[in-house]
Design a protein around this ligand. Structure first.
Ligand code: GDP
Ligand code: IMO
Ligand code: MG
Length: 426
């Protein structure tokens, strides 16, 4: 059984938790997109892991972990994560495989990200400042790109790095009047990266295909969420890659037809960090209630997340474009205690009703939400493990979402812990 986990909203849906759970039945977990802009949380007992680059399967000692060529790798963050797990007694030796073709996120990418955002002022995207956009731009531009495998020949790497840093410095000076960066300082760090990371690098496409051919169960872990997809999300307030399910084949180097189940992950409400349109946003005490109860602060940047009602137009769009088979709905427990719940079932744009998401922010800015109101529940549900034990209103809420998005809800989160999950199979 090969599965792929995909975020259906604007990220932070709870993919880390779902991947950790599904990894129990998987021999290999493959992270195939994004970079250290992602923050995937796994909670096991009293231990909490916040992973940015390592696949969420890495906390399970028997699971092989792959980082493919489409992941933009910040070596410093990755080494920090490997060391952190090692301190907790979890070693990745012999089971972590990093693509030799993965592009490197270096200091000048982060600086460029920051300078660009500052220059944009009130029009900023609200990026994570992890250098993701600039690194992907260098990848597509090709001439300035440096990849993991380039570290094998450090002399050649040094030549290329010097040229790239000189080029970047000219841009920093001309556009932002910023201080130049020192290529030697970056090179010194890169020598350490080479020493620590090259032992893990291989041809990951070959590795994953060998695993598939051997009948091993492979789990593909998506980062970000479908609304942040560069082509199909809320452009320009998106990330710099195809992070909906459509990006999985290219990111993993594996055709979608080899994936038996695409599992979409959504929260029972909606959150977003960074700027951009958010039709169901609750900029009021209800949004604050959700933020407080759900601890809605970014795993990567610590920024407060914007919170709003569940938007079935958004989730229906993500499941439709991505061919999602089943859905995991997280954070049901966070809604407990509200007076009532609303689900957005359509938009009115210029007097016309639509239930198909318009991925055009001029149209989206004019969208007025059409809501269905449902009853909430008061009982604590954080210990419930059987769907039938949930309060009737909670079951009705899930049932309503299922009917509206036309996909079965097969997992329900009632707390951050691995065990706080209700499983349902149709
Ligand atoms: P990801 O980026 O999709 O992996 O999600 P994040 O880890 O960034 O954010 C999800 C947050 O919600 C994390 O703090 C999780 O521990 C937490 N979480 C996941 N599922 C649930 C749930 O069902 N209930 C509650 N209360 N917290 C959850
Ligand atoms: P996970 O995998 C939430 C958002 C940023 C910003 C936009 C562009 O944890 O769900 P970038 O740094 O990628 O150029 O920022 O994308 N963003 C995320 N939001 N969760 C994420 O990842 C995100 N990765 C990027 O907040 O709005
Ligand atoms: Mg996250």
């Amino acid at each position: 059984m090969n599965r792929c986990v995909i975020g259906l909203q604007w990220g932070d849906e709870g993919k880390g938790k779902v991947v950790d759970i599904l990894a129990e039945d998987s021999a290999v977990v493959v992270r195939y997109n994004g970079g250290a802009n992602a923050g995937h949380t796994v909670v096991v007992g009293n231990e909490k892991f916040a992973l940015h680059l390592l696949p969420s399967g890495s906390v399970r000692p028997e699971t092989a972990c792959v980082i493919t060529s489409a992941v933009v790798v910040d070596p410093e963050t990755l080494i920090g994560e490997i060391d952190n797990l090692s301190k907790k007694g979890i070693t990745l030796d012999g089971r972590l495989f990093i693509s030799e073709n993965a592009h490197l996120v270096l200091d000048y990418h982060k600086k460029e990200d920051q300078l660009r955002e500052e220059a944009l002022g009130k029009n900023k995207i609200g990026t994570t400042i992890r250098g993701i956009g600039p690194c992907n731009a260098d990848k597509v531009g090709r001439s300035c790109a440096l990849r993991m495998g380039d570290l094998h020949d450090i002399g050649h790497f040094e030549d290329k790095l010097s040229a790239v840093v000189a080029y970047k410095n000219r841009i920093f000076k001309a556009l932002y009047n910023a201080e130049p960066m020192d290529a030697d300082v970056i090179l010194k760090k890169c020598k350490t990266y080479a020493e620590k990371l090259l032992p893990f690098t291989i041809d990951t496409t070959e590795y994953v295909h060998n695993a598939l051919a051997a009948g091993k169960s492979v789990l593909f872990e998506g980062a970000q969420g479908s609304m942040l997809d560069i082509d199909h999300g809320t452009f320009p307030f998106v990330t710099s890659a195809n992070v909906s399910a459509l990006g999985m084949p290219a990111g993993a180097g594996v055709p979608a037809k080899l994936v038996n189940e695409f599992v979409g992950v959504a929260k029972c409400y909606t959150t977003r960090v960074g700027a951009g349109p958010f039709p169901t946003e609750l900029d009021n005490h209800i949004g604050q209630y959700i933020r407080d109860r759900g601890h809605e602060y970014g795993t990567t940047t610590g920024r407060p997340r914007r919170c709003g009602w569940f938007d079935a137009v958004v989730v229906s769009y993500s499941v439709t474009i991505g061919g999602i088979d089943s859905v995991a709905l997280m954070h049901l427990d966070t809604l407990t205690g509200l007076d009532e719940l609303k689900v957005c079932v359509g938009y009115e744009i210029d007097g016309k009703r639509t239930s198909f998401f318009p991925a055009n922010i001029e149209k989206l800015a004019k969208a007025e939400c059409v809501y269905q109101t449902l009853a909430c529940w008061k009982d604590d549900i954080t210990g419930v493990t059987d769907f039938n034990q949930l309060p009737a209103n909670a079951r009705d809420y899930i049932g309503f979402i299922e009917k509206t998005i036309k996909r079965p809800v097969t997992m329900i989160g009632v707390g951050p812990n691995r065990k706080q999950t209700i499983f349902r199979r149709p």
